[in-house]
Design a protein around this ligand. Structure first.
Ligand code: NAI
Length: 333
């Protein structure tokens, strides 16, 4: 205990993420599943002298079922990444079906596992997983997470740069709320653990906010057709998975922004929706993690007028992304 499983383990994110999980001392068993190359990735990782036992599986011979058997944490980076000019929503057609099929496997084989969804568009793929689990009667909203940690990691890095001290990057924390694409990403820079200087101009604040929202595009452009963020995403995914693993082990007081179904904490959600001024079924806010998953959805706290405007711009887009995911499984409302 615990067994971690990566679905999409041979990909650009999957390989370095599997490496980081192999290096995590809390993982005792690592299952790697992909439609290609997992035997090689598993053989390679299995020579690393950490405790976890690694196995690779392909679709043949019930590979998905074998990979998922006994899983405690399942991380999903399977699917296609963006190319220049594409939005995360453009990925929906292909990734929706991939995520649906993987979620079906989880529902049948490891319904109690904590599920960490990386495959984009996260705003829609998380509702897809939820609807599949509901169809199988095994949905536990406390155990399903959209991984938005890369936005949080980027915000820390960019704020530390602005403060002129890159050594702060690991300690700066900025709550990033909303969702995980473009304008739905809302960094609450006013709540940064290390405040920006009073001299920070509105135009600088807007540019910094934009950079957090669209930082992924910098990578897509620089990779020039070879994909999107993989190494920084693997780092972020491993950071979030490490928090989940610590929470499962019984550590309390761990918090992280993550995109969750709001029924995971009805009273926290009620307070949050009051702050938002809108009904919404999924939202990324700072969540306290416990051994059963989401233990508390924390309130937004004090936001500036500028941040309120960002939230108001995010909500309609987020609602439509959620609808798209739900309709893909449940049919239109
Ligand atoms: P990639 O193309 O390098 O790797 C994807 C892997 O998924 C491949 O190895 C492929 O064989 C595998 N795969 C495809 N269909 C599969 C199936 N049915 N079952 C199992 N595996 C399957 O792509 P990359 O760069 O690793 O990105 C993966 C996903 O992560 C994309 O959807 C991308 O948009 C998303 N992403 C999410 C981020 C986030 O912050 N949540 C950040 C960056 C990327």
């Amino acid at each position: 205990m615990p067994k971690a499983v990566v679905l999409g383990a041979a990909g650009g994110i999957g390989q370095p993420l599997s490496l980081l999980l192999k290096a995590n001392p809390l993982v005792t068993e690592l299952g790697l599943y992909d439609i290609v190359n997992t035997p090689g990735v598993a053989a390679d990782l299995s020579h690393i002298n950490t405790q976890s036992k690694v196995n690779g599986f392909l679709p043949a011979d019930d590979g998905l079922e074998k990979a998922l058997t006994g899983a405690d944490v399942v991380v999903i980076p399977a699917g296609v990444p963006r190319k220049p000019g594409m939005t995360r929503d453009d990925l929906f057609k292909i990734n929706a079906g991939i995520v649906r099929d993987l979620a079906t496997g989880i529902a049948k084989t490891s319904p109690k596992a904590f599920i960490l969804v990386i495959s984009n568009p996260v705003n829609s793929t998380v509702p897809i997983v939820a609807e599949v689990l509901k169809k199988h009667g095994v949905f536990d909203p406390k155990r399903l997470f959209g991984v938005t940690t890369l936005d949080v990691v980027r915000a820390s890095t960019f704020v530390a740069e602005k403060l002129g001290d890159p050594s702060l990057a690991a300690s700066v924390t900025v709550p990033v709320i909303g969702g995980h694409s473009g304008v739905t990403i809302v960094p609450l820079l006013s709540q940064s653990s290390h405040p920006l200087p009073d001299s920070f101009a509105t135009s600088e604040l807007e540019a910094l906010t934009f950079r957090v929202q669209f930082g992924g595009d910098e990578v897509v452009k620089a990779k020039d057709g070879a994909g999107s963020a993989t190494l920084s995403m693997a780092f972020a995914g491993a950071e979030f998975a490490a928090k989940i693993l610590r929470a499962i082990k019984g550590e309390s007081g761990i918090t992280a922004p993550t995109y969750v179904n709001l029924t995971s904490d009805p009273s926290g959600a009620e307070a949050l929706k009051k702050e938002l001024g809108k009904e919404i079924d999924y939202f990324s806010s700072v969540v306290e993690l416990g051994s059963n998953g989401v233990s508390k959805i924390l309130p937004l706290g004090k936001v500036t007028d500028y941040e309120r405007g960002l939230i108001n711009a995010a909500l309609p887009e987020l609602a439509s992304n959620i609808d798209k995911g739900v309709s893909f499984i449940a049919g239109p409302k």
